[in-house]
Design a protein around this ligand. Structure first.
Ligand code: SF4
Ligand code: SF4
Ligand code: SF4
Length: 390
């Protein structure tokens, strides 16, 4: 039990009030025996650093907080040859400014970068004191927590903050230092992108985006005997009104993204290695083509009425589920790109030969049933002799 500090990164807006309040409390003020004055420059007992994540235009800003972790197993304390560093009953770690002889050992022993500073003028190490001088005079807050306008910093008794602590985590638990500073909402990695329809020149809203982990992620459920190449969908979302998607909270690893929407062809991105926040960029999603069509074989008699020279076969596709004789022959005529006279034979269907005139692809004369449906793969026989031969 004892004091803890919980910094909620998700509430921090980067105003630096906490950093300034700490300077205000400690620069030029002697709070011995807790701390000697902090120099006006060069030390930040708590420091807020803006970290831009991702690539433009898919960026997020996270505010990192560097501060002494008031470790229960403090390497700095163990490293001090003067026994100048001690842990109070409330868990706060203090460097006694009278006992410190400036060996630097603590600075080198602390595994958290940038939290202990050396005061060249006084020849002592200095760091955050958890504002122990205020706690000892009845304060329930530290200067930094009191100054925070968003309530991002909470200090108090460990047992009274159990709910908040249940959502919090410590930095570098693998070090075994057992910090008394906790964090909520520490950034993980994100993947983002924008989905657009190149045919419509529009973004695609409400497309479903699935992220699959291919190997090595802590997201993967424990599966005895599963290979490291096991695959699991770890997150799903949909594109917003700007066609954007964001998937946050990821561990480093190998992933792929699948994007789906009815009426569109599926988009697959990856596998890709995720080592830092990643903008996948603009992803084209193509409309699915209607595959329903009628195919007809149009056998065309070539030559002229006096000298027929033989048949030429063409395969005609009409992009719809059903087609008429007129539509198929019109398509054949359009493909020829000229005005034709068709002597419709279609003898396989027992139709009476007749004449039809297509001008610019439009039927202008004819006696046969041009609305007769064509079955798929039907063979049709026609003559393409010029009009003057009719
Ligand atoms: S963070 Fe560093 S300086 Fe602070 S208690 Fe832990 S080891 Fe000591
Ligand atoms: S607890 Fe006090 S000494 Fe520590 S960072 Fe906050 S204001 Fe500074
Ligand atoms: S005062 Fe609060 S909001 Fe401002 S930088 Fe510090 S923690 Fe963040």
């Amino acid at each position: 039990m004892g004091k803890v500090m919980i910094i909620d990164i998700t509430k921090c807006n980067g105003c630096h009030n906490c950093q300034i309040a700490c300077k205000d409390e400690h620069c030029g003020n002697d709070w011995s025996p807790i701390a000697k004055p902090q120099p006006l420059t060069g030390q930040f007992w708590t420091r807020v650093v803006d970290r831009v994540r991702g690539q433009v235009p898919k960026v997020k800003v996270t505010y990192e907080h560097t501060i002494c972790q008031h470790c229960d197993e403090a390497p700095c304390l163990q490293a001090c040859p003067e026994k100048a560093i001690y842990k109070r009953e409330d868990g706060v770690v203090i460097i006694d400014p009278e006992l410190c002889k400036g060996s630097h050992n603590c600075v080198e022993a602390c595994p958290y970068p940038g939290v202990i500073f050396f005061n060249e003028d006084l020849g002592i190490s200095q760091k955050c004191t958890f504002c122990a001088h205020l706690l000892d005079s009845g304060w329930n807050e530290t200067r930094c927590s009191e100054a925070c306008p968003t309530g991002a910093i909470t200090v108090g008794e460990e047992e009274e903050l159990a709910d908040l602590l249940a959502r919090a985590e410590i930095l570098n638990p693998e070090l075994g230092t057992r910090p008394r500073v906790y964090y909520v909402g520490l950034p993980r990695l994100f993947v983002a992108g924008t989905v657009f329809d190149p045919q419509a020149d529009e973004i695609v809203e409400n497309a479903s985006v699935s992220l699959t982990a291919l190997s090595g992620e802590s997201h993967l459920p424990e599966q005895p005997g599963a290979s490291t190449a096991a695959v699991a969908v770890v997150a799903q979302t949909v594109t917003d009104e700007f066609g954007d998607f964001w998937i946050d909270g990821l561990q480093p690893g190998t992933y792929s993204v699948r994007i789906e929407k009815p009426g569109y062809e599926q988009v697959q991105v990856g596998p890709f290695s995720l080592e830092k926040d990643l903008n996948l960029g603009d992803l084209a999603m193509r409309q699915r083509r209607e595959t329903a069509f009628v195919r007809a074989i149009v056998n065309i008699m070539t030559g002229n009425i006096a000298t027929a020279t033989g048949w030429r076969a063409r395969e005609i596709h009409v992009d719809q589920a059903s087609a008429t004789l007129g539509e198929v022959l019109r398509a054949a005529c359009l493909r020829d790109g000229k005005t034709s006279l068709f002597d419709l034979v279609a003898y396989e269907k027992g139709l009476k030969p007749d004449f039809g005139l297509f001008v610019g692809g439009e039927l202008v004369r004819g006696e046969v049933d041009w609305n007769r449906p064509i079955v798929d793969s039907e063979q049709i026989h026609v003559c393409d002799w010029p009009i003057r031969d009719a």
